[in-house]
Design a protein around this ligand. Sequence first.
Ligand SMILES: O=P(O)(O)O[C@H]1O[C@H](CO)[C@@H](O)[C@H]1O
Length: 287
Amino acid sequence: MACDGERSYGYDDYKEAADWLLDHIDQKPRIAIICGSGLGPLANTLEEQTVFPYEDIPHFPRSTVSGHAGRLVFGRLSGKACVCMQGRFHFYEGHSSSTVTFPIRVFFLLGVEILIVTNAAGGLNDKYNVGDIMFIKDHISMPGLAGQNPLRGPNDERFGVRFPCVSDAYDKDLRNLALKCAEDLGYLDFIREGVYCMVGGPSYETIAECCMLKALGADAVGMSTVAEVLVARHCGLRVFGLSLVTNKVVVSYESQERANHEEVLQTSLLRARALQELVTHLVGRMA
Ligand SMILES: O=P(O)(O)O[C@H]1O[C@H](CO)[C@@H](O)[C@H]1O
């Protein structure tokens, strides 16, 4: 697929995609869920599914990464109308930030109010174990700090304001609700709360970079999520985010460990069930 690094979309493109979807679904979703690497099975738990391959939806980008199927799944979770992205878009695929976040504005136009973002991430915090689920309380965006913010460019007031505040990007009430759900499910042993750091990828971090990210206060590192969250907050969606710690980053020059995507996908499989249960409970308890 050609690199679309410069591609940007206008209001009419989002609207066309949203109107096409509205013509093909029975009920508008209030909750959207983005499935991270290997976390696509979450979408299979939806009941009364209607599925659209991305290529069928006007203007929708294509998934190119293994573990990202490339389908939009509409259905019910805990009785609530939801839409799941089985496969997300990343900068390292060559997409522009406008392409990476295209679905978020489509969801907004569909009437979505809450976004649940999930991702696979490398654990930076020494206390974290592979298989831990970290509720994201904040983020550090390495691309964002260097000027690669998805809101860069002319601001469309129909979506949001020019200078959005993001000190409350990750909704505290939703996080507390998720903690209650985790407690009910007996999951507290492997639940954490921390800071996600986004890097550009696709190469994993060097040892020096991992040491730097730890020193900056990040607890987990990945190559996604932040752009989606910024665009979601811009248009007023409430956000709950979680990272599955699929590997521990390498911070010693003596280590024989090597980060690899196969390990990421395998760990995702191991925790798939717990993650599904958690999200299902959370959605069920949302007002
Ligand atoms: O963030 P998600 O899409 O879950 O995937 C993570 O896993 C992949 C690397 O193994 C990268 O895409 C990284 O961002």
